[in-house]
Design a protein around this ligand. Structure first.
Ligand SMILES: [Zn+2]
Length: 144
């Protein structure tokens, strides 16, 4: 899918995701990934992958960005960009991140995917990447 009418948003988020990828902590894979997500109130939250000696504890860039956003009070999102991979090829979010995104984002939310360096990227939507997300019925948000 082409970026089309979301071109400006996509370019901006891809730029922010690339900036975030510079902070990736990836001494084991050397595979830096960055993500930037736009909340409905206009804020942009970014994240990078953070690896761990115990590999299973590694946190992807997408989840880093969402955790930062939700921790800051954001609950609704309009778009996300994910950058990684080589010069010409972009990457796709992993299954865990797609499920994590589905908790807060609708199936039609634009997902911009671009190489770590260079390239305009492409757009798809969350529902295309994860058409059947697991969902509990929400019982309400706990107010503190
Ligand atoms: Zn992931």
């Amino acid at each position: 899918m082409k970026i089309g009418r979301h071109k400006g948003t996509g370019r901006y988020l891809i730029r922010e995701a690339r900036r975030a990828a510079k902070n990736a902590y990836c001494p084991y894979s050397r595979f830096a990934v960055g993500a930037a997500i736009l909340s409905s109130d206009g804020r942009v939250f970014s994240g990078a992958n953070v690896e761990n000696s115990s590999y299973g504890l590694t946190v992807c860039a997408e989840r880093s960005a969402i955790v930062a956003a939700v921790s800051a009070g954001a609950r609704e999102f309009l778009a996300i960009a994910v950058v990684g991979g080589g010069r010409q090829t972009s990457i796709l979010p992993c299954g865990a991140c797609l499920q994590f995104l589905s908790e807060f984002c609708g199936a039609k939310m634009p997902v911009f995917l671009a190489p770590l360096r260079g390239g305009a990227g492409r757009m798809t939507v969350l529902g295309k990447l994860l058409p059947s997300a697991f969902m509990f019925k929400k019982k309400g948000v706990v107010e503190t």
